[in-house]
Unconditional design. Structure first.
Length: 300
């Protein structure tokens, strides 16, 4: 039975010692096969068990059963530092009450639905679901921009009729959202771009598309960018030259008055996300939620 349960659990290096059933829940007591752990301070291997520490974590369901793992996160004593330390378990984060793969499953459900419905379906609270989403989001953030070559910019209205806009960055090659800026104002855009660093800015060579849906904003948008360039010049030097070249394209874009299908598609999806739950009340949460939609598949 132990062997079968271990196979069914299918967690690398983990053995099921005992299983109990209570109503629709399976409680599996597990242990890690490995008898040693590495000290986080000196990296030395220790075999000296100091203390057993059990806690419960939620794992993937088995059939119709909800699965709770009784995990022993052992404490070892380091022979060199003479101090105790907790082992690192690759399937459950420190102080987390869910396995990594469970959080991944929940996050995937959230991507195709919304926090509240996923919570209800899985017998979790909204807060629990969100903490799982955050744990998975940590793996994709920050979104890598090293390969960014063609940047598209658009804006989307926060609340209809209030004239408040956020900025949307899009990678025109991968067709993915790169990030959001909470306000369409120079200091905010500046701050967001600074995060990318000089090297990245210098690498974005080919094109720079500033795409504002409303044509009346052409003037404002361009002026803001010119202002920003002046301010940024001492810090970026080379990059600013590159951006100045993009600027010509930006203006050219508006003159041609073409629309960009890629950015438009992303904007439409953002509008859908805005409607399901989070809205824009918490900008950071909304950005995480949006980035997950486009980058969740990057997690191996
Ligand atoms: Zn040590």
């Amino acid at each position: 039975m132990k062997r079968l349960m271990t196979q069914l659990l299918n967690l690398n290096g983990v053995i099921v010692e005992d299983s109990r059933q209570r109503d629709e829940t399976l409680i599996l007591s597990i242990r890690v096969a490995n008898k040693k752990a590495n000290c986080p301070r000196c990296k030395q291997t220790s075999y000296r068990l100091h203390q057993n520490r059990f806690h419960l974590v939620r794992d993937l369901p088995m059939g119709t059963y909800e699965v709770i793992l009784r995990v022993n996160r052992r404490q070892f004593k380091c022979e060199y530092c003479k101090k105790p330390f907790s082992e690192i378990l690759n399937f459950v984060g420190n102080r987390k009450r869910f396995t990594h793969r469970y959080a991944q499953m929940i996050t995937e459900e959230v991507i195709h639905s919304d926090i509240h419905n996923v919570a209800k379906k899985n017998g979790l609270t909204d807060e629990e679901v969100w903490s799982m989403v955050m744990a998975i989001a940590e793996e994709i953030m920050p979104i890598p921009v090293e390969k960014l070559r063609r940047l598209g910019i658009d804006e989307i209205s926060l609340v209809k009729g209030q004239g408040k806009f956020i900025v949307v960055w899009v990678d025109l090659e991968t067709h993915k959202l790169v990030g959001l800026v909470p306000e369409r104002k120079q200091p905010e855009i500046e701050k967001a771009m600074q995060k990318w660093g000089e090297e990245v800015l210098a690498k974005i060579k080919e094109e720079f598309h500033q795409i504002f849906e409303e044509r009346k904003d052409l003037g404002t948008g361009t002026l803001e960018l010119i202002d920003w360039l002046k301010k940024a010049e001492p810090y970026y030097k080379k990059s600013v030259k590159t951006i100045k070249r993009w600027l010509a394209e930006v203006v050219g874009y508006f003159e041609r008055r073409t629309t960009n299908g890629i950015v438009e598609g992303i904007n439409n999806k953002l509008k859908v996300l805005k409607r399901c739950g989070f809205g824009f009340r918490n900008f950071n949460n909304f950005e995480i939620r949006a980035l997950l939609y486009w980058h969740f598949s990057d997690i191996s």
